[in-house]
Design a protein around this ligand. Structure first.
Ligand code: HEC
Ligand SMILES: [Cu+2]
Length: 500
């Protein structure tokens, strides 16, 4: 048996406990300033994948940027850093080379005002490590668990280890005494046999508690936000019930037999029962039939979701995945997405639209959020620039890989708007104000690199009117790359975007 030096264990754990209590640092309180708040939001949706305030990530730590660069420079840089380099700006070239010529994304859609607000946020953001109990956006609501919870977790571990050390001490005493007396003080065989049913009951209580406590927080609790999701959820529940019932019966048998058939003293003799063909036959055939049925049911459901033809009233969008963000492309007024070619990626054309194809001229792109129309099927086309990513919208039951060089797509129909779903969640959790600014999220579901965990964007499901009004606020990159606007006629010549 293992022996601990109890004193040393104690000292070590106390140190951990003290260290784990987070220190609170106070920052300037700008948290109600509208510019600061809008800057925080823009920063979190667009920049956080590569930048931190006080720490170098993929790009430099940004605090203090307004003292080392002029405001006008920062604005130009953020809008299109490649333009600054093309104009031989020495600062732009120096920092580009310092960061191993990793090109920062261009943000032509951000206004001067928005960029100024980002700077306000950067310079006044609380120092990293200072706990912010409530964050302004729901995006990282899960990440900012209150510090007290962390302390109680350590306390819990501390008590468990202490108990373990105590038991260890008691058993070593028992061991010595029984050796001195020359007989067993404790009947371990009986204790082990009794522990099985105790474990069964204790474990069941724990699992019951755990399910009732946390299942309201899973994305099953408020139902699917998409049409196919309802079918998928039904299939999931049928499978869960059938396999669950079998699981429970098997566990009850496995945990009670060791008790009922324990060794009951020297007079008892085991009953030897090696084989029964009939039993073997039935418990092979029945599970096989059940599993085949579940499999066929699953395949039919899955094919119904993934193999569907493009519905007549569907519209298309494209999601372009890249370390570590998503760019969305909307087809514009013609309803058609233009051709693409990764050689053409440059400046505002971050997804490589082929401007030789006139269909691309009105295509609109944006990062940070994707808008979808409720009750209208959408064909979501996916491409990737670098490695495999996966577009996962849990509450819409949507998931499809984005593979470099292999366009993929998924057709689905959102049936619950963001507002309706948020209301459902608020009703389900009346005391949790993190749901007040809840949003559908698209998460990357393939571990794609250092900032994979940051690769997410807000999904907004809204009415057709709201969708159209929102689209009008965006500009087509073609118009930005080719200002003043050129006519469609010269798009057939071999003009490239390299003109700027
Ligand atoms: C894809 C990663 C990425 C994203 C997203 C990104 N940046 Fe950068 N940023 C960089 C890198 C890398 C550099 C270093 C220069 C270089 O390599 O071009 C940089 C440099 C900068 C600089 C110059 C810093 C200095 O010390 O002079 C500023 C300012 C900046 N970024 C602001 C932003 C803002 C604001 C956003 C969001 C709107 C943003 N960045 C989004 C990667 C990124
Ligand atoms: Cu990814």
């Amino acid at each position: 048996m293992l022996h601990f030096n109890t004193k040393k264990v104690f000292a070590f754990l106390s140190v951990i406990l003290v260290l784990s209590i987070r220190t609170f640092a106070a920052g300037a309180d700008m948290s109600k300033d509208p510019g600061y708040l809008s800057g925080e939001k823009t920063f979190k949706t667009n920049c956080l994948t590569c930048h931190a305030i006080d720490k170098k990530v993929i790009g430099p730590a940004l605090r203090g940027v307004s003292s080392r660069r002029k405001e006008a420079w920062i604005i130009k840089w953020v809008k299109d850093n490649s333009k600054l380099r093309a104009a031989n700006d020495p600062e732009a070239i120096a920092i580009y080379n310092e960061y191993n010529q990793v090109a920062m994304t261009a943000f032509p859609n951000l206004s001067d005002e928005e960029i100024k607000n980002i700077v306000v946020y950067i310079e006044n953001a609380p120092v990293a490590g200072a706990a912010s109990a409530k964050s302004a956006s729901a995006i990282d609501a899960g990440a900012n668990a209150p510090a007290t919870e962390e302390v109680s977790l350590w306390l819990y571990i501390f008590v468990c280890v202490l108990l373990f050390a105590l038991l260890n001490l008691l058993f070593s005493i028992e061991n010595k005494v029984s050796r001195l007396l020359g007989k067993e003080l404790i009947n371990w065989n009986k204790i082990n046999a009794t522990m099985f049913p105790i474990m069964l009951v204790a474990g069941s209580i724990y699992i019951y508690y755990y399910f009732t406590r946390y299942s309201p927080y899973t994305y099953f609790s408020v139902g699917s936000g998409s049409a196919h999701g309802l079918i998928l959820d039904d299939m999931f529940m049928v499978t869960l019930y059938i396999t669950g019932i079998v699981f429970i019966i098997c566990q009850i048998l496995a945990f009670t037999f060791p008790y009922f058939y324990r060794h009951k003293g020297t007079g008892t003799k085991g009953f030897y029962y090696p084989h029964n063909n009939q039993v073997e036959f039935w418990w092979t055939i029945i599970p096989s039939i059940v599993l085949i049925c579940l499999l066929v049911y699953g395949l039919k459901t899955w094919n119904g979701i993934t193999m569907q033809e493009k519905p007549a009233d569907a519209y298309e969008i494209e999601i372009y995945a890249r370390q570590f963000d998503w760019t969305v492309r909307y087809p514009g007024v013609d309803g058609k997405l233009g051709k693409h070619d990764y050689h053409k990626i440059e400046g505002a054309n971050t997804v490589g639209m082929d401007y030789n194809d006139a269909d691309s001229h009105d295509d609109i792109t944006n990062v940070g959020e994707v808008h979808l129309v409720v009750n209208q099927p959408v064909v979501m086309n996916l491409r990737a620039q670098d490695v495999i990513h996966s577009a996962f919208i849990p509450n819409l039951r949507v998931q499809m890989n984005a593979v470099p060089g292999m366009p993929t797509s998924q057709v689905f129909t959102p049936i619950v708007t963001t507002k309706e779903m948020r209301a459902r969640l608020q009703k389900e959790h009346p005391n949790d104000d993190i749901y007040n600014d809840w949003n559908y999220m698209m998460l990357c579901n393939k571990i794609c690199g250092a900032s994979h965990y940051m690769m997410k964007m807000v999904v907004i499901v809204e009415t057709k009117e709201e969708y159209d009004a929102w689209l009008k606020t965006l500009k087509a990159p073609y118009k930005m790359d080719n200002a003043p606007a050129t006519t469609a006629a010269d798009s057939t010549s071999n003009k490239t975007t390299a003109s700027n």
